[in-house]
Ligand binder design. Structure first.
Ligand code: NAP
Length: 200
């Protein structure tokens, strides 16, 4: 998913550093995307980005928060694409996230002080590239966040890559932004507003 979203950011003119614990494996991706794309370690990418797009297994967030939390908290926006999934992250992680009130509030605990906005959690990596800039009406992206400046920044960036952001509420509403909920998959902005109005 990070590769698919990063490709859209590059297309929109943003310099992007893709991170990996093995950045040498990203050579094919960055070569394909051209001079705006480069690869680095997680530490290098955290230092590089004005905005951080967090696209890792949910279970990795704890360690990332411990190692990079201070630097992440200094960023104006951390876009949280991560979902807790039992088969990948473990049932205990999913249970813990539920106990915190869902992925939005749980991410705040793991990345303390970060200005988090959840986005793109319910759209597949297979689809995100091809539905960007959809002719005849942009696909809506439900977002949730608590920091007004981070939300405004996220909205601009999301529009820039060809989607219409729809704020559905604070991070407490982030629990609805994951696969398998009514807001998941592809909806028009009006549909998202209608679905979100019925959620608590
Ligand atoms: N796949 C989708 O369609 C989709 C859609 C919406 C949201 N999401 C969410 O996006 C996240 C990533 O999903 P994915 O399908 O893209 O997974 P993926 O293909 O397995 O990629 C995971 C990425 O996380 C990195 N990573 C793993 N553990 C890490 C750690 N401890 N520290 C730093 N980086 C680490 C990996 O980098 P390395 O090279 O270092 O291994 C890799 O770049 C998940 O939370 C998922 O629920 C996925």
């Amino acid at each position: 998913m990070g590769g698919a979203l990063g490709a859209l950011f590059v297309k929109a003119g943003h310099p992007v550093m893709f991170s990996s614990r093995h950045p040498e494996n990203l050579k094919e991706l960055t070569t394909r995307l051209g001079p705006l794309a480069q690869a680095g370690t997680v530490e290098q990418a955290v230092a590089f980005g004005d905005v951080i797009v967090m696209v890792v297994p949910y279970a990795a967030l704890e360690e990332i928060g411990k190692t990079h939390g201070r630097n992440l908290a200094a960023k104006p926006l951390v876009l949280d694409i991560c979902n807790p999934i039992a088969r990948r992250d473990g049932a205990d992680v999913v249970k813990w996230v539920d106990e915190q009130g869902g992925a939005g509030l749980a991410s705040v605990k793991l990345l303390q002080g970060a200005r988090i906005v959840r986005a793109f959690n319910g759209i597949s990596y297979r689809r995100v590239g091809e539905i960007a800039h959809r002719p005849g009406g942009l696909v809506g992206v439900p977002i949730a966040g608590d920091d007004p400046k981070a939300i405004a920044l996220a909205e601009g960036i999301i529009r820039g890559i060809g989607f219409e952001p729809v704020l559905v509420g604070g991070l407490a509403m982030g629990k609805h932004l994951r696969p398998g909920t009514p807001l998941a998959e592809e909806h028009t902005p009006a549909e998202i507003r209608q679905i979100a109005a019925g959620l608590r």
